[in-house]
Ligand binder design. Structure first.
Ligand code: CV1
Length: 225
């Protein structure tokens, strides 16, 4: 915990950069099981990816690794006078992209998570995200994860473009935004598949809308249940 606190304790809230967490993140490094890493981009897909991952039973998100699990849900910053700020801390993005006690932590942790990923990997997007599912500006996925994937270690990237029940898709695997991601993966020689609402996740989304027409399934006998 010493390495964690030296990164931010006592500093001005915004005077923390990703590199300040380097030693802490490296000291708590764990092996991500092969074929298990699961990335996501944009808060509007966060609940879905968390349910899908089943806390490491199906896939691993960064929040399921040791440091992610410890820090997730906490907001903290220094007071600029050697201690903890007990008054208030900046909101997400308030200090600038990936700067400040909390955001800088996630940036460094994201980078390390990506460096550790191996085998099959997944990334989840919301097809209706304003501005497009995949974004390169001020995106933790784009700026700390995608660029830090090791091509020799990643055998395949499964891109999931997801649309919630009751919503209509605004983008799909052929949209400009996702094609942009594909060309970045091409340039890194990382193979990929892209799936529009694949059944495994869609069935999970149906849990909350089981009487919606898109969520009724045909049994082998042809009866709708
Ligand atoms: N990731 Br609470 C990045 N930021 C996180 C994470 C996290 N796991 N957890 C938290 N944050 P945005 P993205 C905070 O939607 O789409 C990793 C950050 O402090 O913009 O750009 C994941 O591994 C920041 O303020 O994230 C995931 O694959 C804000 O939430 C990817 O980065 C970032 O949210 C998501 O990147």
């Amino acid at each position: 915990m010493e390495l964690f606190s030296v990164a931010w304790l006592g500093k001005e809230p915004c005077d923390v950069e990703p590199n300040d967490y380097k030693d802490f993140v490296e000291s708590a490094s764990i092996t991500i099981p092969k074929d298990m890493s699961n990335f996501w981009d944009g808060w509007d897909i966060y609940d879905t990816v968390r349910s899908y991952s089943r806390e490491g039973q199906r896939t691993w998100t960064l929040d399921y690794t040791l440091i992610g699990y410890l820090i997730n849900g906490f907001y903290f910053c220094g007071d600029g006078k050697g201690g903890v700020n007990t008054e208030s801390c900046p909101d997400d993005g308030e200090c600038g992209f990936a700067v400040g006690a909390v955001d800088a932590f996630w940036a460094e942790a994201s980078k390390h998570f990506s460096i550790s990923a191996e085998g099959l990997s997944r990334v989840f997007f919301n097809s209706s995200r304003p501005g497009g599912p995949f974004q390169t500006e001020e995106s933790f996925f784009s700026e700390f994860e995608l660029c830090n994937l090791t091509p020799e270690k990643i055998s395949l990237m499964d891109i999931y473009v997801l649309t919630d029940v009751r919503q209509s898709p605004q983008h799909d695997c052929d949209s400009v935004s996702i094609n942009n991601l594909k060309s970045i993966l091409d340039s890194k020689s990382i193979p990929y598949n892209c799936w529009d609402n694949p059944r495994d996740v869609f069935h999970q989304l149906c849990i909350d809308y089981d009487d919606h027409e898109d969520c009724t399934f045909l049994n082998d006998d042809g009866a709708v249940h």
